[in-house]
Design a protein around this ligand. Structure first.
Ligand code: BES
Ligand code: ZN
Ligand code: ZN
Length: 510
């Protein structure tokens, strides 16, 4: 087993400290509001005269207008190097603009800037300063594990100092520490997604979860391997994964399992490669199907974020890991399978496999007395058609809960857009001539909605009571947002690690 994960390195190659001193180490980073014509007075402390005049000249001449997400490097002055960072208009500015500005600065950093940085803020709230730091940390990521390392090119450890007033420093440190922990989760999700599929397959994911849990006293990982999955009746997971030599498994994470009461249960689609199976996909861009385990990466990353930030509540996560391959022993279109729920499924298209593995994951979730269940899946191309790369599709059997997730996404600037869970779609997915459900809609329209309606058939009622109430559940289709989102300025390319921050926010602010 060989898997080059940058986990443990990324995020760790940058140290952020908070300081109330006036000293400037290395390159000065100066976030500025649009329209300023000289350095704000409160920023001037400790700035060498030459540096001050250089900056003031650029601002007075209007060469740097400080528009949102813009940066300008001033290099070559005797008194040091500077990066000016635009925040946009001061009366409109939000924490999101600060986060984006921090990310823009880190996107612009070159070797010439060195490894030491000092950020000097204009009179700003602590939450805004912390968001700027968060943007720097999130954007400070690249996946170079498969490139032969050139000593010259290797980046050194970056030291970033955020300067603030004495009375702000404690609160700022605490917030920066929290974001550091959350960023580790985001970067882990990206690492898992970016890892090529020859090295990232169900067993590797399971081993990684197992190894990861050893670092935390309060997390247990259980692996349900292929034989156990067959015995347990996980017909959906088995049907998808059986055609691959990399056999499927289910990985269950339990955090603070001794805490009493109901808990959030997260479920992730973990298809480490989706060829479509016997309903083989066309060749173009098939390589991107390595990201089809993005749901499981989101869930694992969220557990990391929660663990790193010392979350004390109980949380359970279930990942359904399989590789979808065509083979002599693969599931065929036309096969009828039965999973954990006992309901039968007519498999009309083996490329609609995510919903099959999730049907077992969702049903399994019921064992943990969920406060709610949220599943994450790169589930449908139709969701990308509907929302592009700008928003995750969001469905729920509870309107208030759907709004709560939408708002949690807004709070951290990760858009999840409400989509309809209509009875007509449920009817379409239960209208099989031969089985209880079918894994394909009747036509091609509304494919993201029919997929969600299919999943709903496998969300258990409380205590699995036939006449009971269905557990509160939401489905997040991240097919358009887990990778390839060019407008996501928190990431250069590859996996985005989306929704680790959303769900951390949701769970810790409830
Ligand atoms: N993993 C894909 C969905 C996908 C496609 C995500 C493209 C991102 C980009 C999923 O398993 C799939 O193939 N879905 C089919 C469903 C169809 C057969 C009903 C799809 O979307 O075409
Ligand atoms: Zn598929
Ligand atoms: Zn898939």
């Amino acid at each position: 087993m060989k898997c080059y994960l940058a986990y443990g390195l990324v995020g760790d190659n940058m140290e952020i400290t908070v300081s109330a001193s006036d000293n400037i180490n290395g390159t000065l980073i100066l976030p500025l509001y649009e329209g300023v014509e000289e350095i704000p007075e409160e920023c001037e402390r400790g700035l060498p005269q030459g540096m001050k005049s250089q900056i003031n000249r650029v601002l007075a001449d209007g060469d740097f207008k400080a528009k949102k997400k813009t940066t300008m490097s001033l290099i070559g002055g005797e008194d040091g190097k500077v990066i000016l960072a635009g925040l946009g208009k001061s009366d409109e500015v939000s924490v999101h603009d600060f986060r984006k500005s921090g990310a823009a600065v880190f996107a612009s950093i070159k070797k010439v800037h060195g490894d030491d940085f000092t950020v000097r803020f204009t009179d700003t709230g602590v939450s805004h300063m912390a968001a700027f730091a968060e943007g720097m940390m999130l954007r400070n990521y690249s996946y170079n594990e498969y490139k032969i390392k050139d000593e010259e090119e290797t980046e050194g450890e970056k030291q970033v100092r955020l300067t603030c007033s004495e009375k702000e420093s404690e609160e700022l440190s605490a917030l920066v520490n929290k974001y550091r922990g959350i960023t580790k989760g985001v970067h882990l999700s990206r690492d898992l997604g970016n890892c090529p599929p020859n090295d990232m397959y169900p067993e590797v994911f399971a081993d990684m979860a197992w190894e990861w849990a050893k670092d935390f006293d309060n997390v247990d990982v259980t692996i349900i391997n292929y034989e156990q999955a067959i015995k347990a009746g996980m017909g959906g997971l088995v049907a998808v994964g059986k055609g691959s030599s990399r056999k499927p498994c289910m990985v269950i994470f339990e955090m603070n399992k001794n805490v009493k009461g109901r808990c959030p249960v997260l479920v992730g689609k973990g298809i480490t490669f989706d060829t479509g199976g016997i309903s083989l996909k066309p060749g173009a861009n098939m390589d991107e199907m390595k990201y089809d385990m993005g749901g499981s990466a989101t869930v694992f990353g969220t557990m990391e974020a929660l663990a790193q930030t010392g979350h004390e509540g109980k949380v359970v996560a279930i990942t359904c890991m399989a590789e979808n391959m065509p083979a002599a022993n693969a599931t065929r279109p036309g096969d009828v399978i039965k999973g954990l729920s006992g309901k039968t499924i007519e498999v009309l298209n083996t490329d609609a496999e995510g919903r099959l593995v999730l049907s077992d994951g969702l049903w399994k979730a019921g064992e943990y007395d969920p406060e709610f269940i949220i599943d994450f899946a790169t589930l449908t191309g139709a969701c990308v058609v509907a929302l592009g790369h700008e928003a995750t599709g969001l469905w729920s059997n509870d309107d208030d809960f759907r709004t709560e997730i939408h708002e949690a996404g807004n709070a951290v600037d990760e858009l999840a857009w409400p989509m309809p869970l209509l009875p007509a779609f449920e009817k379409e997915m239960t209208d099989s001539k031969i089985a209880d459900t079918r894994n394909l809609g009747a036509g091609r329209w509304g494919g993201a909605n029919t997929a969600a309606a299919f999943l709903k058939q496998f969300v258990p009622n409380r205590n699995y009571d036939k006449d009971g109430e269905q557990i509160t559940w939401a489905h997040m289709d991240i097919a358009g947002t887990y990778w390839g989102a060019k407008t996501n300025s928190m990431v250069k390319n590859g996996a985005t690690g989306i929704h680790v921050r959303t769900i951390h926010h949701l769970i810790t602010n409830r």
